[in-house]
Write a protein that binds this ligand. Sequence first.
Ligand code: ZN
Length: 240
Amino acid sequence: MRYLVLSDVHANLAALEAVLADAGAVDGIWCLGDLVGYGPDPNECVERLRPLVEMCVAGNHDWACIGKLDISDFNADAQRACCWTQRALSPASCAYLEMLPQILIQGDYTLAHGSPRYPIWEYLFHSLDARENLAYFQTPYCFVGHTHMPLMFRLDDDTVETIVPTPDGEYSISAGRWIINPGAVGQPRDGDERASYLVLDTAELTVTFHRVAYSIEETQQRMTEAGLPPRLVARLSYGW
Ligand code: ZN
């Protein structure tokens, strides 16, 4: 089976459509949270993904935008975008985001937004944090998002190997335990402005990372028209 694994769409419909088109036919879609927040199309992204996703977990922005999370820790731009999204979200979108779980487990795969230890909040940038999380999931594989950077940790009892995947790089995950981040669809932060995702092949036990260009200008224009913060508009151009 081939699964499209994506995260951090952040209400960027143009980026989401580009990813769905680029990935083509898959057997299922797994979403690692933050469907909304930052971008101009929260309802459109929820409605687009809702019938497609086989599994979807909640992100911190999903919770914040439905008032389920205190946003005083967000920076000023994120707070403004969150308040805009709270006003824009339809009752149906809110109801969908409200029911998203923090963790999902299917067979050999655990899904969480931030980490299996603290699913909503923890950022997994470093190998030590990844290693500590080994005790918090039981499956061989855990997919996370939240950092907006594609990254893999291969974990043994004694060592943690950190792998920064290359675009179009295919990696075998047949040995060891893994924490794998597909990067962000709607607001990449690794210096590559293209939307990021991966395809998991559960028969071959491989993950293949992909980047796809989308109309950044289209999203930026809609953000500006919506009155979203200029810094959030500009960062899409730089992948940061
Ligand atoms: Zn995010």
